[in-house]
Design a protein around this ligand. Structure first.
Ligand SMILES: [Zn+2]
Length: 404
């Protein structure tokens, strides 16, 4: 496309009049529909010191996102109409498509009121942060979610195998004598989810996949024709346990970083289309909590403001992924799985888009982020791609300092 005309926030036909409009020179830049993130934690309600819907939305806009799915592991958990209304009601720089809990109180015992929650805006169901351990509970939830045409997203980590593990086996784990989180904790959970998908027919998305064994199971399930999907997070695509620099809580996440072989198999699965979603698992934590070191810090890293740069570096620059496929993993595929209108830049629509500079180098400085938290394992890295302009619902929600 040589030009895009936007008047009063609405995309115009290519031959529309341009008098009175500001001209933005976009040579060498990419324009795509705004990005979708199926997995963010805005810590709202419950932990405003780490993030709020306001600060999280600003971070999303600065990262090129216009649509996010907020996770329900807040305080209180997202298992009620009131919680959904709170997520949906604010005038924010992103569109929030809240998830809701699979089980009442995220306790894994009783299936939440899926039909009512779906009717009040739940885009999908998840107990993220916790695996739904009882097969009967998960089966019932999947049957009911299937009937209201909502996907289930699962934090596929079996607690009986993960135990108190915080890290995969690596040098730092040995040096610091940290409890090991085995790959089997994820693999067995995915095996269970695939089995229940086969029984129920409900779409299931494996959240933040981290192991080669788990990727193989997703590949087999898809070859069988099952509606099994998986999210690849920027950190699991690009970092391995061997890269952990030492006793630094900013490298602790759940599931933990795998081996280089795990990273490679996730990247290969994305290239093959076996994994069709990127998702950040943006998980803000206060500086004080992350400063406790690897053993005591909470799990999670932020990701909204580095997502474009990291996935571009790893997949487009590193693996030769086509730009269209890369964009689709951040736009078309998530919107389709969430049963939302497909993103486009068609005339007549309110502008919902991101302009990306794919070339100019920039250094990751978490202290400059819009997010309230700084727990970022990419600090100091040089990346190329980044969002320079974001429009959501026809309004400019982000403009990089050097792009006026
Ligand atoms: Zn999770």
């Amino acid at each position: 496309m040589s030009h895009l005309i936007i008047r009063n926030g609405v995309i115009q036909p290519p031959d529309a009049a341009t008098e009175g409009l500001t001209l933005w020179e976009g040579r060498g830049l990419l324009v795509t529909p705004g990005f979708w993130d199926t997995h963010v934690h805005f810590r709202d309600p419950g932990n405003p010191g780490a993030e709020t819907r306001q600060t999280g939305s600003l971070a999303a806009a600065a990262g090129g996102f216009t649509h996010v799915v907020t996770m329900p592991n807040t305080t209180p958990p997202g298992d009620s109409i009131a919680w959904l209304q709170e997520q949906l009601c604010e005038d924010l720089p992103v569109s929030i498509h809240p998830s809701a809990c699979i089980s009442v109180g995220r306790q894994g015992q009783v299936v939440a009121d899926i039909e009512t929650l779906a009717k009040h805006g739940a885009s999908c169901f998840t107990d993220d942060g916790s695996f739904v351990g009882h097969d009967a509970v998960m089966r019932e939830a999947m049957l009911r979610a299937g009937l209201v045409d909502r996907p289930v997203f699962d934090h596929a980590v079996m607690p009986s195998l993960a135990k108190d593990g915080v890290i995969r086996a690596c040098e730092v784990a040995t040096d610091l004598q940290l409890p090991i989180f085995p790959a089997e904790a994820e693999i067995e959970a995915i095996e269970r989810d695939v089995r229940l998908c086969r029984e129920t027919g409900c779409t299931v998305v494996i959240q933040h996949i981290s192991t080669a064994g788990g990727v193989d199971l997703v590949r087999q399930a898809r070859a069988e024709g099952l509606p099994v999907y998986a999210e690849a997070s920027p950190h699991h695509l690009s970092l391995a346990a061997e890269d952990i620099p030492g006793d630094d809580g900013n490298w602790r996440m759940n599931p933990p970083l795998g081996t280089h072989h795990d990273c490679e198999s996730i990247r290969k699965a994305v290239l093959e289309g076996v994994i069709s979603l990127f998702a950040t698992d943006h998980a803000p934590h206060t500086f004080e909590s992350k400063a406790k070191g690897f053993l005591k810090a909470p799990f999670g890293v932020i990701g909204l403001e580095t997502a474009i740069g990291v996935t571009w570096k790893v997949m487009v620059e590193g693996e030769g992924m086509s730009v269209m496929d890369w964009v689709s993993c951040w736009t078309l595929h998530p919107a389709r799985i969430l049963r939302q209108c497909l993103p486009s830049l068609e005339p007549g629509q309110l502008a919902d888009l991101v302009v990306i500079d794919p070339k100019t180098p920039w250094v990751v400085k978490p202290e400059t982020f819009k997010s309230r938290s700084r727990n970022c394992p990419f600090a100091g890295q040089t990346l190329h791609a980044r969002a320079v302009l974001t429009l959501s619902k026809g309004q400019v929600t982000w403009r990089a300092g050097n792009y006026r």
